[in-house]
Design a protein around this ligand. Structure first.
Ligand code: ATP
Ligand code: MG
Length: 458
């Protein structure tokens, strides 16, 4: 894959440039069936559809030319529908499934040529895996289960129980050490699975749908706990889920898979605001954008901004010319000073005041640029004025209205509806040419603003 394309596909975040890559997958293929390499090597077959390959060769394409990077300490989520290749991919990363072609670099070292011995070493020292169906030893206690990996490594009993105890407590199972797994609820059993994976102190934790067997309340709780653990332990996480809400909640970045390919990589916000094609858009349409959009991405620029050195008469004139009732006041460095209204300006002029700062309304509300829109709703709803968005140094960035929030909530619905009616108008022609829909961007900037996470306000 060309470097530039790889970079684009790998999603955004300029910050990422200086972050160390922990896991890198390059041009990875996994084909199940007889003589799988010929699929990769045959120029026609490698570009054929999954169905066609199955029909012609009896082979199932599990992964097709997958490339991505995961940074150290990153919470990276693989998501996609059933059969899209998530488990195959996460298993290939530690060669529980053997890749057909491509490279897997862990800390810069390609592990594809590793022999069994080196592979065993890698799995014991660097990676830990958590499966959907806990995979606990039923006749061993919680503590024994957690210590099991260390036992295999030959760690002495006292040390392995000490270490296991630490992680049993970290996952909130103190008091349950000597129970058998069957005595524990699903959520608790999965905590044992997580503790077991963590006890070996792996750098990289691979989790394949770890919470999908749990009921929604426990599931949310487990997500919170995993995020807390992650904040504390700073592991590199590869996490598989087919639950969008879960992905949007936990991911630093997520990769969306279809038919063995990664079709988009980005932060939850990028994926929601700029789905790369109609498949991703369909995938994310149920997500409430307010859960992921930040104040920064929905804010607007006010029609006027006042400056602390302006006099009240000039300010009043500016507001009247712009036909607005209020405006934010900033200092020379762009720092937000407050908000004035026409009424307060008139009073100031009557009092023969000269400084805007003497007319500021103390009721102004502010929020940080990274605050999630959903959390702003009560603030914005309770405020008489738009809420000012500021950066860490209190510099004014923009403003958020109730109407801005509502439009961010309904924006996706509108896109879908517009498309539905367009499809209806075009009739059957459109369905005969499915590519035309793929190529229709959701908004004029969606094609090239992908990856920036900014400038997505429509
Ligand atoms: N051992 C195997 N032999 C043949 N085909 C396989 C094998 N394992 C997976 N596949 C195929 O590879 C593709 C990807 O499967 P995979 O299990 O990775 O999907 P998934 O995204 O994890 O799905 P799910 O959400 O259901 O777990 C599917 O088409 C599947 O049928
Ligand atoms: Mg799976």
């Amino acid at each position: 894959m060309a470097a530039q394309q790889a970079e684009e596909q790998n999603g955004s975040q300029n910050l990422d440039a200086d972050r160390e890559v922990c896991v890198e997958v390059r041009d990875l293929w996994k084909v199940f069936g007889p003589n799988p390499r010929r699929i990769v090597e045959d120029p026609e077959l490698r570009n054929a559809s999954k169905d066609k390959i199955l029909e012609e060769t009896g082979c199932v394409v599990g992964l097709r030319d997958v490339s991505f990077q995961v940074h150290r300490g990153e919470f990276f989520v693989l998501m996609g529908l059933s059969g899209s290749g998530k488990s195959t991919l996460i298993r290939c990363v530690i060669r529980l499934a053997e890749p057909t072609a491509g490279s897997i670099l862990i800390n810069g070292d390609d592990i594809v040529p590793y022999d069994e011995h080196k592979l065993g070493e890698l799995r014991r020292s660097t990676t830990g895996m958590v499966f959907q169906h806990f995979g606990l030893l039923p006749h061993r206690s919680v503590l024994d289960n957690v210590a099991y990996g260390l036992k295999i490594r030959g760690v002495a009993a006292s040390e392995r129980y000490d270490r296991a105890q630490v992680y049993v407590e970290k996952v909130g199972l103190k008091g349950w050490e000597h129970h058998l797994p069957a005595a524990l609820s699903g959520g608790m059993q999965q905590r044992v699975g997580i503790a077991r994976a963590l006890t070996g102190d792996p750098e990289i934790l691979l989790l394949d749908e770890p919470f999908s067997g749990l009921d929604p309340l426990i599931r949310r709780q487990m997500q919170d706990e995993l995020m807390e653990l992650q904040a504390e332990l700073q592991k590199t996480l590869l996490f598989v889920t087919h639950d969008l809400t879960e992905a949007l909640k936990v991911a630093d970045r997520m990769a969306i898979m279809r038919d063995g390919e990664i079709i988009q990589i980005g932060s939850p916000e990028e994926v929601i605001t700029n789905p790369s094609d109609s498949y991703v858009r369909q995938f994310v349409q149920d997500a409430s954008p307010t859960k992921v959009l930040s104040a920064r991405s929905v804010m607007e620029q006010p029609p006027v901004l006042l400056y602390s050195w302006q006099g009240p008469k000039a300010a009043l004139q500016i507001l009247r010319d712009a036909n607005v009732d209020s405006a934010f006041v900033v200092t020379r460095g762009g720092r937000l000073l407050g908000m004035v209204t026409v009424e307060r300006l008139v009073q100031l002029i009557r009092r023969k005041g000269t400084y805007l700062r003497d007319a500021l309304d103390p009721d102004m509300a502010t929020c940080g640029g990274d605050e999630v829109v959903e959390d702003l709703v009560p603030l914005v709803a309770a405020s008489r004025y738009p809420v000012a968005v500021v950066d860490e140094e209190d510099r004014f960035l923009g403003e958020v209205y109730v109407s801005t929030i509502i439009s961010s909530m309904i924006r996706d619905t509108e896109v879908e509806e517009a498309e539905a009616s367009e499809t209806e108008l075009n009739g059957e022609e459109d369905s005969a040419n499915s590519e035309s829909e793929e190529q229709r961007p959701s908004s004029p900037e969606s094609a090239d603003s992908k990856g920036t996470g900014e400038g997505v306000q429509s």
